[in-house]
Design a protein around this ligand. Structure first.
Ligand code: HEC
Ligand code: HEC
Length: 434
């Protein structure tokens, strides 16, 4: 299905432009839009070209270790393996950082133990540098899973997240709301269908000292049908593996992983923060995560201390869930020093009451601001949140829109309204009027 990433080859240029949100089009210089349109269609032909030429070299790769994984489903693996070889040459900068950090430690032990071993020597999806075994079950050395308390809605897909922190390094939490990660940090996120088919894995690798998107590599990988190998993508892919899921281009990552530089403002380097979004104090301060704020403190992952009691979203269960939902689904854009329309939906730690949160202050009884002309918003509710009256509140009104409507929120990354999230927010608004 069409969404705001507009990355499909079937679209004419015209359609592609309308598919992009006005805000994004205005941010992209025309030259870039053109490049985007051209490259979006390149992947297909490139892939088939390498697949066709690469057959012979591929066989030799296959014979080295692949008794279990590679050789059975020839068609799929051939294509993926050739594309992979291609990637490792093209992506040298990324490859090296991850290779040296994750790769070396795990790779060495792996080799030593598996030489005498008859089971599959080659880890699944080796390009991800995430697993140690052929079945994608055993995480490579030093990698741990984590689950944010409040999740980004991704049209009902299941997600799994992992982090690797280089040995001996710590995360700088001097600003407890904006953690700074050491060089060599790697984060992954899988996207699976509810039936368990793995579609996509995203990876963030920190390669440079300092904060902000420039110091990170953004990557995304498409899984094969068999679920044992991946192909790196740059330009995204619509309806990946026949699902409705659209993989964003690596350029689009920064619409959300934006280092606090949101909206249409020119970035101010002094106000930059680091770009991971779900690995944070509030998001990890709950028991249902494999890695929690408490475990990070206990295991020496952080260079300072954070009071667990401060890292909570205030309010009763409904308020907390609604504020947490807006934090995770809107706060990456509606946050930072220049949030769009001066609307902050991000929660900093330490807010003692609901009324103390910026989210409450920026929404409750606050009028909506005029929208850009030509967006067809005559019926836009006059209040961001009117206590007791979700129908006259712009927040839930816009959450019910998707990219083929005017004024969808969020404006990208989803094609299906999150009924559960919407009803959470509506229930909270009703409660506010009680
Ligand atoms: C629509 C906004 C959005 C876009 C676009 C987006 N992300 Fe994210 N991403 C998030 C949010 C919010 C989280 C944290 C919440 C969650 O995981 O549920 C996250 C989490 C992640 C994580 C886990 C680590 C973390 O930050 O918590 C990785 C890895 C990641 N994204 C990579 C990427 C890459 C690579 C791209 C581009 C191909 C991308 N993301 C595009 C919003 C986005
Ligand atoms: C990818 C960035 C992004 C995300 C994610 C996002 N927004 Fe927005 N939002 C914007 C931009 C840019 C504007 C200003 C342009 C416009 O009004 O469409 C905006 C404007 C708004 C406005 C209008 C404010 C006013 O005073 O009229 C509301 C309400 C809003 N967003 C709600 C939300 C909600 C609720 C979410 C999460 C469910 C969300 N947004 C997620 C970028 C984002």
């Amino acid at each position: 299905m069409l969404n705001s990433f507009g990355g499909g080859c079937d679209l004419g240029d015209e359609d592609r432009h309308t598919a992009l949100e006005p805000m994004f089009v205005s941010k992209l210089p025309p030259a870039l839009l053109l490049v985007f349109s051209l490259t979006a269609c390149d992947t297909g032909s490139e892939e088939s070209a390498t697949a066709a030429t690469g057959d012979t070299s591929d066989d030799s790769v296959g014979t080295t270790g692949d008794t279990s994984t590679g050789d059975t489903s020839t068609g799929d693996t051939t294509e993926n393996e050739t594309v992979d070889t291609d990637d490792s040459t093209a992506g040298d900068t990324t490859g090296n950082t991850t290779g040296n950090t994750t790769g070396d430690t795990t790779g060495d032990t792996d080799d030593d133990t598996t030489t005498d071993d008859t089971s599959g020597a080659q880890p699944c999806a080796p390009d991800l540098e995430l697993y140690d075994d052929a079945n994608c079950e055993q995480l490579a050395d030093g990698i741990v899973a984590f689950t944010p308390q409040h999740k980004l809605w991704s049209d009902g897909l299941d997600k799994h997240r992992f982090i690797y922190l280089p040995p001996g390094e710590t995360i700088d939490v001097s600003n407890p709301n904006a953690w700074e990660f050491p060089v060599g940090t790697v984060l992954w996120k899988h996207f699976d269908t509810p039936e368990g088919q793995r579609i996509e894995t995203r990876r963030l690798t920190k390669h440079g000292v300092g904060v902000g998107a420039d110091n990170w590599t953004f990557e995304t990988f498409l899984w094969n049908e068999a679920g044992d190998d991946v192909t790196a993508l740059e330009d995204g892919l619509e309806n990946a593996l026949g699902t409705d899921h659209d993989i964003p281009s690596t350029e689009d990552c920064q619409e959300c992983h934006n280092g606090g530089q949101t909206g249409m403002m020119m970035p101010n380097p002094n106000e930059l923060i680091d770009i991971p979004l779900g690995f944070s104090a509030i998001q990890l301060n709950h028991e249902a995560s494999e890695t929690t704020l408490a475990s990070l403190l206990a295991d020496g992952w952080l260079n300072g201390s954070i009071e667990l009691a401060d890292a909570n979203i205030p309010g009763d269960a409904i308020a907390e869930a609604a504020l947490g939902y807006l934090h995770a689904n809107c706060g990456h854009c509606h946050g930072g020093p220049n949030p769009p329309k001066n609307l902050t939906l991000w929660i900093d730690i330490g807010a003692a009451t609901v009324e103390n949160t910026t989210t409450y202050q920026d929404t409750v009884d606050q009028p909506t601001q005029p929208v850009m002309p030509n967006m067809g918003l005559d019926e836009l509710p006059p209040w961001r949140i009117l206590p007791g009256d979700p129908q006259n509140s712009a927040i839930p009104w816009r959450m019910e829109k998707r990219t083929n409507d005017a004024a969808p929120m969020p404006p990208l990354g989803t094609e299906i309204v999150d009924d559960e999230g919407l009803s959470l927010v509506e229930t909270w608004i009703n409660d506010l009027g009680a």
